[in-house]
Design a protein around this ligand. Sequence first.
Ligand SMILES: [Zn+2]
Length: 69
Amino acid sequence: MAKCTFCGREYEAPYGLTEFDTTGHTRHYCSSKCRKNFKMRRESDKVKWTSIYHEKKKAEKHPKEHVKK
Ligand SMILES: [Zn+2]
């Protein structure tokens, strides 16, 4: 199970793309769409179709439910 670096969605291998950068970091993308958006330096919490965006919206609506530590 890999988690998409951009949208935060979990997906099963062999779907998606894995990318290694020069600093030794690994990035996972569930689709080329996510990869493109990441390259464009989009902020995933501002892009409506990402699960990160939805989680943020949910946290704003129900701030108490989001407190997990
Ligand atoms: Zn993704």
